[in-house]
Design a protein around this ligand. Structure first.
Ligand SMILES: [Zn+2]
Length: 271
């Protein structure tokens, strides 16, 4: 009986295929540009929000919680069968909402759970993880994801949108002992393996991975405390990681460019 380890340490040795030199070069430039632009936006929005929050504290003004918009794209296998149902993803989404509300004062607003009708290519259905995924992103092998993010969501060429939703893509199998992967600041999407959402299989079902990957997409690195949401490994059913966040993690989340800041003095329901 294999224990699923939802870690991100074991990139597959599978090699990228195809592509001449121009693809990787422009892909690298694109990924680098996205990262640099994302960092600039995070710094700018973080500084602005810190200033606003300080003023609010000084004048005793109430501030409504910030809102993180999340959408889910469920892929189909070669025969056209969806990898999971929309209902199966709900507990993980609700869990992410609970964690971010409780520990970071943020509200998760689910803007859609869609099943992609187009059959994905093999590299999108069974992607590589970590460095492999990053290389594939540079080689253009993640184009399928970006193409289906939706008009409302940043297409990945220019992370110019503050408050862009984060997209969780449900894939079939991620190479290695990995069940979720994020490219961090350089992408507005993360991938998660469909077995995470299969409640009938306690050895793969894990409601923490979606929230963990959202944390990476919002710039959080790994944390060494097993009780923390950003602990790298989670092994259901016995040894699932905790869901705590520290104060500095909360600050990173609240100032992230993906978060729609709560209005001060005039709490409004954005969800
Ligand atoms: Zn991780």
């Amino acid at each position: 009986m294999a224990i699923r380890r939802n870690d991100e340490q074991n990139a597959s040795p599978r090699r990228p295929t195809g592509s001449g030199l121009l693809g990787p070069v422009t892909g690298f430039a694109r990924a680098f540009g996205r990262t640099a632009a994302g960092m600039t936006l995070d710094l700018a929005s973080g500084a602005a929000r810190l200033g606003e929050a300080t003023v609010d504290t000084l004048v005793g003004r109430h501030r409504a919680p910030g809102v993180l918009r999340v959408q889910v794209l469920i892929l189909r296998d070669e025969s056209g069968t969806p990898l999971c149902s929309a209902d199966a993803v709900r507990p993980s989404l609700e869990n992410a909402g609970r964690i971010l509300q409780q520990h970071a004062g943020l509200r998760v607003r689910v803007v859609g759970v869609r099943t992609v009708s187009e059959i994905p290519p093999p590299e999108a259905l069974d992607p590589r993880a970590n460095r492999g995924l990053m290389i594939d992103d540079m080689l253009g092998h993640t184009a399928f994801y970006r193409r289906h993010l939706g008009a409302e969501v940043n297409d990945g060429v220019d992370p110019g949108l503050v408050a862009a939703p984060i997209t969780v893509v449900v894939v079939r199998n991620i190479a290695g002992n990995t069940t979720g992967c994020s490219l961090g600041i350089s992408a507005d999407w993360v991938i998660t393996q469909s077995t995470l959402y299969d409640a009938a299989n306690p050895h793969s079902y894990d409601e923490t991975v979606l929230a963990h990957e959202l944390g990476h997409a919002l710039n959080l690195p790994h944390h060494s405390d097993h009780a923390n949401l950003m602990f790298p490994v989670s092994s259901p059913p016995q040894n699932v990681r905790g869901m705590a966040l520290t104060r500095w993690q909360r600050a990173v989340l609240q100032t992230n460019r993906h978060v729609v800041p709560g209005r001060s003095g005039d709490p409004v329901d954005l969800g």
